[in-house]
Design a protein around this ligand. Structure first.
Ligand code: PMP
Length: 350
């Protein structure tokens, strides 16, 4: 605490990201992709004219927005970009959810959402998950100041099909519905095609997970022109240049290499399902996952004891000590070798 902080800053409880350890650990705690990004990026970086860095980048990020628009079958005016989807989400909360009515979100979802609410003084209400740990879309009341959820959800891993989200959008027409698709590349069904029918739908996405570019910090949102314009108003009141020149070129090269992206995601999915079987054979309960992580618990071992047992064996996973989640571990999908080490370590602990 400092006397110099504004009163609002004193009251904040910032989000705590998963640890980025300095030692060499098998790192399965922040849902990074275990495979490198497109090899085409190497050439882009080598060919980059360093002298260009003298100038500011394009404040509109038009080339990147065009590439994303092409990838997702929309117009560039329906695409917004930012420094990671965390930034895009933060700007969206400010642009759409500072409303008299409360924002609705699942009781268990990305833990950054309540942090943004505190930052912007947004009143919110949570909706309990159903008894299968799935987001209860039907329980979202139509009278609200906005809706946000991750689909597939984190840290639980379940994704609703597009049709289920369309049903929600049939009921909720007066506020913005923000669907965070950070993990959609690992078997989820994107709701981007619904944007043509629902002007209040905003879809957030990232290059951090499926495209192995967490270090680059490029995220985006896709929605109707009016929603994108709302985001631009906030962004242009905050930071004119969230995407630097290098990030833009690297992101475009990644978007142009569909086959590398698809192959890496398929590999992650195959490893995930093999790991599921191995964990189930060890009596773990493994929630269905359409993401690059598994959410698991063991009937006889606490989440905390498994977490520390793995840590002692050089394996880092994520343990959430809250919200009825403390029995679970969230395990990111690594390479086959890394997951082999995980299974061996768990066998030793059990
Ligand atoms: N949404 C969800 C559900 C996430 O888990 C994450 C990653 N922590 C993000 C958004 C943000 O990802 P990024 O800022 O790297 O795009």
């Amino acid at each position: 605490m400092s006397q110099f902080w504004s009163p609002a800053v004193r009251a904040l409880t910032p989000y705590v990201p998963g640890e980025q350890p300095r030692e060499r650990l098998i790192k399965l705690n922040t849902n990074e992709n275990p495979y490198p990004p497109s090899p085409a990026i190497e050439q882009v970086l080598q060919a980059f004219a360093v002298g260009h860095l003298r100038r500011y980048p394009d404040p509109e990020s038009l080339a990147l927005r065009e590439a994303l628009a092409k990838t997702h079958g929309v117009e560039p005016e329906q695409v917004f970009v930012g420094n990671g989807s965390d930034e895009v989400l933060a700007l969206a909360f400010q642009a759409f959810f500072c409303q008299p009515k409360p924002l609705l979100m699942p009781a268990i979802s990305y833990s950054f959402y309540p942090v943004y609410c505190k930052l912007y003084d947004i009143h919110y209400r949570t909706v309990a998950l159903d008894d299968r740990w799935q987001i209860a879309l039907k329980a979202f009341d139509a009278d609200n100041g906005g809706v946000v959820f991750a689909n597939p959800n984190a840290p639980t891993g379940h994704g609703h099909p597009r049709q289920a989200v369309a049903q929600l959008l049939e009921r909720i027409i007066e506020s913005v519905v923000l669907v965070d698709e950070a993990y959609v590349d690992f078997g989820g069904e994107s709701v981007v095609p619904l944007i043509a029918d629902y002007p209040n739908l905003l879809v957030a996405g990232t290059l951090s997970k499926g495209r192995s570019l967490a270090g680059l910090r490029v995220g985006y949102a896709i929605g109707s022109r009016e929603l994108i314009e709302g985001l631009e108003r906030v962004k242009n009141s905050f930071n004119s240049y969230p995407i630097d020149m290098l990030a833009s070129e690297v992101a475009i090269a990644s978007l142009e290499d569909e086959s590398h992206f698809k192959a890496c995601c398929e590999q992650v999915i195959a490893t995930r399902e093999r790991t599921r079987q191995q964990l189930e054979a060890m009596a773990f309960e493994v929630l269905p996952s359409q993401t690059n992580f598994l959410f698991v618990r063991h009937p006889r071992h606490s989440g905390a004891s498994l977490f520390s047992g793995l840590r002692e064996r050089g394996i880092l996973v994520r343990h959430f000590n809250k919200d009825g989640l403390s029995d679970f571990l969230r395990i990111s999908i690594g390479t086959d070798d890394e997951m082999g080490s995980l299974v061996e370590a768990l066998q030793a602990i059990l």
